[in-house]
Design a protein around this ligand. Structure first.
Ligand SMILES: Cc1ncc(COP(=O)(O)O)c(C=O)c1O
Length: 383
């Protein structure tokens, strides 16, 4: 998909094959388990549970499906509030709306770009005193880095509000030595095409309560009652992961450690070769964890750099390099206009100035050099 010949397109986060996918796929096809259940689904769930040290998991068709079911099993429904990191991809907040609940958007802290734990504690204390607690909190681990999950989990525990960890972007990262995706009462992962491991499309819901994960599995299988004929007492969904895709996922998961190191090495190269630019600042790696740098992100202070974020992205695009702005915060999105928010200026500044650079684990040295040269050529260039 990506070659390093001059002028070929460099993608933000291209998928990379581990090399063992075909053997596992052949096994899945040969056994005729071409269904949204089967031995590779079971093994993929078990291997992920072991990797993240979480007892229960259900493999699903997407991270978005996992978020939807996480909120459903946590009991979220119409009239409820859910506190959500404002700086995230729309899927996080969309899932809240699927249940007819109201998202309340909370700002980031500058040290990790993730949910501000002090703001969350304050918001929960205030809501608790008013008897208006949210039904759940969703903390997002952005761009391969965990949020400050200990105080976030502590604030949720104090008020007995379920914490959902959206670790879609952070598989392979750790927080105080423990894996991303192991902190929420429920946690979700994504395996879409640009993630650190991919099944082309897929996701997983993990948790410590067997009853919650079993309920999610039930809802994901059209809520079919366990009787011989087709009996349905509630509305279900078709959200299970195919056994073929689970086979791909297993091959990819076995290669995860190498991928984390590859993305960290790319980040280190960018830091070395772009760190001296005026007004340029990389997303910090917070002292509480080890990031994967799924995407290497930075902010560009336009006055000091001599060009703004969009000028840099345009230059890169002209050089056939895909770069993107940092997520536009949910409280600024037209679709969520009118929903409550707390703070927001940190996330707004990160969106205004933030850029994501090509970071795929298959990126070559020559491609990296092209990105670096292209960024450096924009310094002092006005739009
Ligand atoms: C933070 C976040 N949450 C949720 C999702 C949704 O995952 P999926 O695309 O697998 O539905 C994504 C990525 O797409 C994401 O980046």
């Amino acid at each position: 998909m990506v070659s390093d010949s001059a002028g070929s397109r460099i993608y933000l986060s291209a998928p990379e094959l581990a090399g063992t996918e075909l053997a596992l796929l052949r096994d899945a096809l040969g056994s005729n388990w071409i269904a949204p259940l089967g031995p590779h689904v079971d093994a993929f769930e078990a291997e992920m549970c072991q990797r993240l040290d979480v007892p229960f998991a259900v493999a699903l068709s997407s991270g978005t499906a996992a978020l939807h079911l996480a909120l459903a099993v946590a009991g979220v429904g119409p009239g409820d509030h859910v506190f959500v990191s404002t700086l995230t991809f729309a899927a996080t907040a969309n899932a809240v709306r699927y249940l007819g609940a109201t998202p309340v958007f909370l700002d980031s802290e500058p040290g990790s770009w993730n949910l501000d734990p002090a703001l969350l504690a304050e918001a929960l204390d205030d809501a608790g005193r008013r008897g208006a607690l949210p039904r759940a909190v969703i903390a997002v681990d952005l761009y391969g880095q965990c949020a400050d999950l200990a105080p976030i989990a502590e604030a949720c525990r104090r008020w007995e509000v379920p914490l959902i960890e959206d670790a879609a972007e952070a598989l392979g990262a750790t927080y105080r030595g423990r894996p991303a995706g192991s902190f929420g009462d429920l946690s979700i992962l994504s395996f879409n095409g640009n993630k650190i491991i991919t099944t082309s499309g897929g996701g997983m819901l993990l948790g410590r309560r067997r009853d919650w994960i079993e309920r999610a599995r039930f809802l994901a299988t059209q809520a079919r009652e366990p009787v011989r004929h087709y009996e349905h007492r509630e509305v279900g969904y078709n959200y299970r992961l195919s056994n073929l895709l689970a086979a791909v996922g297993r091959a990819q998961l076995a290669d995860l450690d190498r991928r984390v190191e590859a993305r960290r090495a790319i980040n280190a190269s960018y830091r070395r070769d772009l760190g001296d630019l005026p007004g340029w600042a990389f997303m910090p790696e917070a002292g509480f964890g080890r990031a994967t740098f799924w995407l290497t992100c930075a902010t560009i202070e336009a006055a000091a750099f001599g060009a703004d974020r969009d000028t840099v992205i345009n230059r890169l695009a002209a050089d056939h390099i895909e770069a993107r702005p940092v997520w536009k915060p949910m409280h600024m999105q037209p679709v969520f206009a009118g929903y409550p928010s707390m703070g927001g200026t940190v996330a707004e500044a990160l969106f205004r100035d933030g850029i994501c650079l090509p970071s795929g684990s298959a990126l070559t040295r020559a491609e990296l050099d092209r990105v670096i040269a292209s960024v450096r050529s924009t310094v002092g260039r006005t739009a």
